[in-house]
Design a protein around this ligand. Structure first.
Ligand SMILES: *[C@@H]1O[C@H](CO)[C@@H](O)[C@H](O)[C@H]1NC(C)=O
Ligand SMILES: *[C@@H]1O[C@H](CO)[C@@H](O)[C@H](O)[C@H]1NC(C)=O
Ligand SMILES: *[C@@H]1O[C@H](CO)[C@@H](O)[C@H](O)[C@H]1NC(C)=O
Ligand SMILES: *[C@@H]1O[C@H](CO)[C@@H](O)[C@H](O)[C@H]1NC(C)=O
Ligand SMILES: *[C@@H]1O[C@H](CO)[C@@H](O)[C@H](O)[C@H]1NC(C)=O
Ligand SMILES: *[C@@H]1O[C@H](CO)[C@@H](O)[C@H](O)[C@H]1NC(C)=O
Ligand SMILES: *[C@@H]1O[C@H](CO)[C@@H](O)[C@H](O)[C@H]1NC(C)=O
Length: 486
């Protein structure tokens, strides 16, 4: 039924997350252990180049309904539906916000049905805005006892680049870039992050939806740059409006029916096609023994390639098509330079088994930045069952003749090796020829080469996450934990 946008709320302990809904005003409060954690803001829609808002009578709430059901995986649920009427000069449709409570999960989900009419714009919003708003929550300190912190996964390399933490109150700038944004995690600082924890995350349509902060309101919906929200949109729609534009391309590409071209940015993308699946992956797998394919530069693809920013189905569709290709030739995929939304999208793409979770190693050896600090980004990877990859490392401190300038140096090769092993991802020496310290590297494995990994990736401990947030987002050190079975 229609476009369904989910936001998942999850808590770590006790089944005591409750929502109370004002059936007249459509406001909703979410409480945990009888303390209010979230109060809603308004519902809104940008269509026909203008805003319709629930709080100024352009998107009035006309009805509420209560329904119940069962999900084969998640169990029983009940749902309050808030029905708004969208009247565009006589073209009438219902916009339904649904708040679902789960019987056996300490979670709430929010869904938005955008109704049985196409919702188009000519003047598009920015990719960092959203064009439907539901749900939305105030970022606020509820009362004097309320002392909550947050951290959020944000940025390239799963979130490594822009992950940040702080206090949950109205002046906090929590979402600094919508496209790069990801799950937001809230916790009680009085309990040093050990008590209740809430994770707010998109739950489906990861590539087409976004989150955004306007003043002190955290809001979720369809990305602002999407032209059309189709009628009765369901996962996996077609992209028949895209035609190949063969001018000026190499012969191989010219044969394809489905090459997308962005003339403004001079970029193109093969999509839903056999070039990727058969020619590239099959040949490489058969002829060159390819076992894993790395898809790099995902951040540029999502932020610069106009078709992916304006067509609601396309980004997911092309990711799914690479996955089908990998399925066909039985190879796995590693994502690189991905935003958190890609991490979430891999829930539908089992061929993605690993992803880069730190910036390039050069930043460490040339600029002396900590690049091994993967304790937060690995939390996200691990939650999604993707092995975190730290990037390469030098096994020797000084490696003359390297391409990096001016004076690259690895102060602690052992630390690099230990983190790579404990990451559970690839362990990949990237030394200058003749500078590999094989004695050091082989400490990671048995004599037959089997790398001795822990049961789960090494990640930051809760207490330090709490300190990070309490101290205005300045990390108070790195303290990690993991668990091996011997
Ligand atoms: C939400 O909480 C506020 C108090 O902070 C209260 O005034 C309001 O009635 C509550 N709304 C609902 C729907 O429970
Ligand atoms: C509707 O709500 C938004 C967000 O709280 C606010 O900025 C705006 O002023 C409100 N509009 C009206 C007409 O109350
Ligand atoms: C819209 O919602 C109203 C109120 O619940 C209902 O009477 C009407 O049938 C709905 N219209 C459509 C097209 O679903
Ligand atoms: C809806 O489900 C929640 C969670 O199971 C439960 O606490 C609540 O009582 C239910 N509401 C109604 C009206 O049945
Ligand atoms: C959309 O869904 C409604 C209700 O299920 C159905 O009556 C209608 O035919 C659908 N429209 C399209 C274009 O699929
Ligand atoms: C696919 O690859 C995996 C890992 O290399 C291998 O274990 C498996 O047997 C392969 N399956 C097929 C059908 O070739
Ligand atoms: C590596 O060492 C070998 C043996 O000393 C030498 O022949 C070769 O030229 C060296 N390669 C490079 C790139 O320095």
């Amino acid at each position: 039924m229609h476009l369904v946008i989910f936001v998942l709320l999850l808590i770590s302990c006790a089944y005591d997350i409750k929502v109370s809904i004002d059936q007249i005003k459509g406001q909703y409060n979410i409480s945990i252990d009888n303390q209010i954690w979230f109060r809603s803001s308004r519902t809104a829609l940008y269509v026909n180049d203008r805003w319709y808002l629930s709080n100024d009578s352009t998107l009035p709430l006309i009805d509420t309904r209560f329904v119940q059901g069962n999900d084969p995986n998640l169990g029983n649920w009940n749902e309050t539906q808030l029905i708004y009427i969208l009247n565009r000069n006589g073209i009438i449709s219902n916009i339904t916000g649904r708040i679902r409570q789960w019987n056996s999960q300490s979670a709430l989900t929010f869904h938005l049905d955008t109704g049985d009419k196409i919702l188009m714009n000519n003047k598009l919003l920015d990719k960092n805005q959203i064009r439907t708003i539901f749900p939305s929550f105030n970022i606020e300190q509820i009362d004097g006892n309320d002392n909550r912190g947050y951290f959020t996964f944000q940025g390239v390399m799963m979130d490594f680049d822009s992950q940040h933490a702080g206090i949950w109150n109205s002046p906090s700038q929590i979402i600094r870039n919508s496209l790069e944004g990801g799950p937001v995690v809230l916790f009680d600082l009085n309990k040093k992050g050990q008590g209740n924890v809430v994770i707010i995350s998109p739950f489906s349509q990861f590539m087409a939806t976004s989150l955004n902060q306007q003043d002190n309101i955290l809001q979720y919906g369809v990305m602002g740059s999407m032209i059309t929200i189709p009628v009765n949109y369901t996962i996996g729609g077609g992209v028949s409006q895209w035609k190949s534009r063969p001018d000026g391309l190499p012969t191989l590409y010219r044969q394809m029916e489905t090459l997308l071209i962005d003339n403004i940015n001079q970029l193109s993308l093969p999509i839903g096609n056999d070039l990727f699946r058969i020619d590239l992956l099959s040949e490489a797998a058969h002829d060159c023994g390819l076992i894993m394919y790395e898809q790099d530069w995902l951040h540029v693809q999502s932020s610069k390639f106009i078709p992916l920013l304006t067509d609601i189905d396309l980004d997911r569709q092309w990711l799914m098509s690479t996955s089908e290709g990998a399925d066909k030739v039985n190879i796995t995929i590693q994502y690189c330079s991905s935003f958190p939304r890609y991490a979430l999208q891999t829930l539908e793409i089992s061929r993605v088994t690993q992803a880069r979770v730190s910036v390039d190693y050069t930043r460490h050896i040339v600029h002396r930045e900590d690049q091994w600090t993967i304790g937060i980004s690995s939390l996200l990877s691990d939650a999604l069952d993707i092995a975190p990859f730290k990037d390469v490392f030098w096994s020797t401190t000084n490696e003359p003749g390297s391409a990096y300038k001016p004076s690259p140096m690895e102060p602690l090769p052992e630390r690099e090796i230990v983190i790579a092993i404990l990451s559970t991802g690839p362990v990949s020496p990237g030394d200058v020829i003749n500078y590999t310290d094989s004695k050091r590297i082989t400490k990671c494995c048995q004599q037959d080469g089997l790398i001795l990994k822990p049961d789960r990736p090494i990640t930051m401990i809760d207490l330090l996450i709490s300190d990070w947030s309490q101290n205005n987002g300045n990390k108070q050190g790195e303290l990690y934990s993991t668990q091996p079975t011997i």
